[in-house]
Design a protein around this ligand. Structure first.
Ligand SMILES: O=C(O)CCC(=O)C(=O)O
Length: 268
């Protein structure tokens, strides 16, 4: 499943690329079931009408962040699987996601854009539940992470659609070519209880944004410097996506000591 020369050139020019039908319906369902199991167990208190004091809880090493409307008590959700904004840190805690990170199809896509050797350093699923899913403001990814330089072609996010993602339920939006504009990250902003690293929005013309609708099982690759955004979900449909973050071993780790991440290769 490596990229064709045309796909690679498109990715390098635009900073993102949709690759269709990578995971099967059954594989997507298995990931959704796994996430639902953690969400239902980790947020079980919601069924008793109790809301955690802090915006995040940890269950079996997996972290879960509530949607602001649930945390504030404004909205009560029957099924805890549709109460969270984000669930992360599954790699190493959950067998299915740990295998997914090492999946040949995914490593092949990642190494076609980053080169043969990479670190896998983060997983997260962003869940945008029906009606209450908040927006993710315009941002670049690398400024969030302990790597230098903040430059293109080092980090790739593998964004896996676990539902059909549409304009209505908050699909991804990108400004083509913006991965070449430098580091525009300026300050921390908030969507109620959720913090974000925001960019200088005077540099963004949202009419230039390309909306990338995706079917469940499609993958969208994006560069760590490309400007991207997703709208709030006001629709009755969930928009779950799993995101796996990889970085080239050419990047410099700025945390303490050696990078504590698995170093992965794809044998072509
Ligand atoms: O899935 C989303 O809505 C946003 C994802 C995102 O911003 C990211 O992967 O950096």
């Amino acid at each position: 499943m490596s990229l064709s020369p045309e796909q690679k050139a498109q990715y390098e020019r635009e900073g993102f690329l949709a690759v269709r039908e990578v995971l099967t319906v059954e594989e997507v369902q298995a990931i959704r079931d796994t996430l639902s199991t953690y969400l239902r167990a980790g947020l079980d208190m919601l069924r008793r009408g109790e809301v955690p004091e802090s915006d995040s809880v940890t269950y079996q090493g997996v972290s879960i962040q509530l949607e602001p409307a649930v945390l504030s008590g404004k909205v009560r959700v029957e099924d805890p699987a549709f109460a969270a904004r984000k669930i992360w840190n599954l790699y190493g805690n959950d067998e299915l996601v740990t295998r997914l990170v090492q999946d040949e199809r995914i490593l092949s896509l990642v190494t076609s854009v980053l080169g043969d050797e990479v670190w896998f350093f983060a997983d997260k699923a962003l869940l945008k539940p029906p009606h209450i899913g908040v927006e993710k403001p315009w941002h670049q990814d690398i400024p969030y992470f302990p790597f230098e330089p903040k430059a293109p072609y080092l980090h790739v996010a593998v964004w896996i659609a676990l539902d059909d993602a549409t304009a209505e339920n908050g699909c991804m939006q990108y400004i083509p070519g913006s991965h070449l504009w430098g580091n525009l990250t300026t300050e921390t902003t908030w969507t109620e209880s959720v913090a974000h690293l925001a960019v200088d929005e005077t540099r963004i013309d949202p009419s230039q944004a390309v909306l990338v609708e995706a079917k469940a099982g499609d993958i969208v690759l994006h560069d760590g410097m490309v400007l991207h955004y997703s709208a709030p979900n006001r629709s009755p449909y969930p928009r779950w996506a799993m995101i796996l973050d990889f970085i080239s071993v050419r990047a410099r780790y700025t945390g303490e000591g050696q990078p504590p991440f698995p170093r992965l290769r794809y044998a072509r």
